[in-house]
Design a protein around this ligand. Sequence first.
Ligand code: NAP
Length: 250
Amino acid sequence: MTSQGILTGKTALVTGASRGIGKAIAIALGEVGAEVVVNYSNSQAQAEEVVSTIQKMNSKAYAIQANIAEESSVNKLIEEVIKRSEKIDILINNAGITKDGLLMRMKLDQWQDVLNLNLTGAFLATRAVARTMIKRKQGRIINITSVVGLMGNGGQGNYSASKAGLIGLTKSSAKEFASRGITVNAVAPGFIDTDMTKDLQAEQILSAIPLGYFGKPEHVAGAVRFLASDPAAEYITGQTLQVDGGMVMC
Ligand code: NAP
């Protein structure tokens, strides 16, 4: 028996879903009935655990390895999902990395590695998935950006450029795809407690969060689930929803 929920009958692909925010998104979508494709890069065992968590909630799920920074790998991933699930209704461009450093000392490969995954990867997945969504005249694409894409951050020139770029990509693709029944939105988390943020100076950041505590991956997942839902979010496109405890108000 499969679970009944607001996303029953939908297939969702979540990139970078083995850990952190992507994992919480995959589980939140599975919880309301979506069939979830759990993409990962290296963490196969963790991805399989996410799959089994979703299956225990009576939704379908499977894991596929793919490096989202590589065009051939992304195209293969999408082909495999179409072969197995016949369609993709929801794409969550979540896979992302940081390689922090001051601009004056930043190596070109440190810049390119971050841009290649965080921005080019989202473009590659969007382009590949849009073909199938356009044919079916429906789809939801949600890009996980960051508040640093809005406000900048010293020591994260590469990362903030990638995330600001993702907001531009969100708006442009929202305009291009609107007439095809596809919405494209972004979610901008603030400081969320995951592996990515475990080495950051927590106390300093905490003082900049009006709500006074760090976010959990589930807080981001709730916003993503809303944006993936019909009819709740069907009239929202090209927007960036901040999930940051009030850290950035603009
Ligand atoms: P995380 O805990 O470090 O998890 C990163 C995920 O991305 C993992 O599942 C990882 O897979 C996957 N990944 C890494 N390189 C990949 C590649 N080349 N191809 C496919 N998947 C890859 O990070 P997170 O904190 O959950 O962040 C998730 C997203 O939220 C990122 O886009 C990040 O920029 C954004 N974000 C995070 C925060 C925060 O405070 N944490 C704030 C704003 C925005 P493996 O496990 O296989 O390596």
